[in-house]
Design a protein around this ligand. Structure first.
Ligand code: EPU
Length: 339
């Protein structure tokens, strides 16, 4: 296991913040995981794992041991009459993996195309986009339990997934994911629950023309690229806040004052479009020093280059305060913060 001292993390977080790690360990084999924990514990040092660094705000240097998840591999694990089971190692790039599954003829992950980050990070926040959540396609995962020092297999039910949530959010230092297994149907059906996708394929559906997983994949990439900045060009971590879930009573009060509010029913509650709330408060496209709010999607905060995590968190706080004062709604931050 290669370890660098005082290594810059600029290339390892999608905001491009220039902070460093005391010890940066490259985890390339499954056996590196227990070794990494052993080293950190021997020196009574703190530790953290980085995947693609796409859901992180690095507002300070990282102390102790930082493990860069780089374990690669993907293969068909098993199949039944109805499903294929595909395993991917935690360090695989998510979008490359999605692309590969389609090339192999396995549809089912296409709605989650172009999400930045690694496979191992996807269950942590139960990634979701364009009508699909990871919880609907994940079968199980393998992880190292840092408490018992044993390898465990957790099913999707064990992970207790809900909107942008899993057990890993509660206890961030308990498990290190080494691989994820996906269960994809052999009889593929397009998932067109996201309104813009349904609209794009309405004509094909009406004319009973064939729709392929690749068609959906291409459309998702097109919609995503139009709304969200490419982190290779403009530093960002996707949505910076959760879409807040509020009670029907609270929703009705907001709707009375703001008839155009954008919201969706979520079981017995309502999910508000945080991007709309932020835009109404006048932040869309705003700039504060080297950081700002993306001009095509107000839910995305960006680093124009040279910004710091602290500046970004200050801007986030201003947004949270204004949204609360205007709508009485608390916005919670989606990425993990190191400060
Ligand atoms: N809206 C505005 N102004 C904005 C942005 C959005 O008014 O600046 C309103 C529009 O009415 C729009 C609606 O909000 O129709 C919803 O916007 P969008 O479809 O872009 O989705 P979102 O709710 O802002 C969520 C996820 C995204 C995911 C999209 C598509 C969260 C926190 N974000 O965003 O996930 O790609 O839906 O499914 O749930 C991410 O988590 O990093 C992420 C990008």
């Amino acid at each position: 296991m290669k370890i660098d001292l005082h290594a810059t993390l600029r290339a390892h977080n999608t905001f491009g913040f220039d902070v460093s790690a005391d010890y940066l360990a490259y985890l390339t084999e499954v056996s590196d995981i227990p070794l990494f924990i052993q080293k950190a514990e021997e020196q009574q040092a703190q530790w953290q794992i980085l995947g693609g660094g796409s859901n992180l705000v690095l507002a300070a240097d990282l102390q102790g041991y930082t493990g860069l998840m780089q374990i690669k591999g993907r293969h068909l694990l098993d199949q039944t009459d109805t499903h294929v089971f595909i395993e991917a190692m935690a360090g695989e790039d998510w979008h490359e993996f999605v692309t590969w599954t389609l090339e192999q003829g396995y549809g089912g992950l296409e709605n989650l195309a172009l999400i930045p980050g690694t496979v191992g990070a996807t269950p942590i926040q139960n990634i979701g986009a364009y009508g699909l959540e990871l919880s609907q396609v994940m079968d199980s995962l393998e992880a190292f339990d840092t408490q018992t020092k044993k390898w465990v297999q957790l099913t999707a039910a064990d992970c207790q997934f809900s909107y942008r949530y899993s057990i890993f959010k509660n206890d961030t230092k308990r498990y290190i994911v080494s691989s994820v297994c996906f269960k994809l149907p052999k009889l593929w059906q397009p998932n067109l629950t996201y309104a813009e996708l349904a609209k794009a394929f309405a004509e094909k559906i009406e004319k009973k023309q064939e729709i392929t997983p690749k068609d959906i994949f291409n459309k998702v990439c097109e919609i995503r690229s139009a709304k969200l900045p490419d982190p290779k060009i403009l530093g960002n971590s996707g949505s910076f806040f959760h879409n807040p879930i509020i009670s029907t009573v609270q929703y009705q009060k907001i709707k009375e004052r703001f008839p155009n509010v954008v919201a969706y029913p979520a079981e017995s509650d309502w999910k508000l479009a945080a991007g709309w709330l932020i835009e109404q408060c006048g932040f869309k496209g705003c700039r504060s020093g080297y950081v700002g709010v993306y001009d095509k999607q107000a839910l995305v905060l960006v680093n124009h280059g040279g910004g710091t995590g602290t500046e970004l968190l200050d801007l986030a706080q201003q947004i949270q305060n204004k949204v609360f004062d205007t709508f009485g709604v608390k916005l919670s931050i989606e990425p993990v913060i190191y400060s």
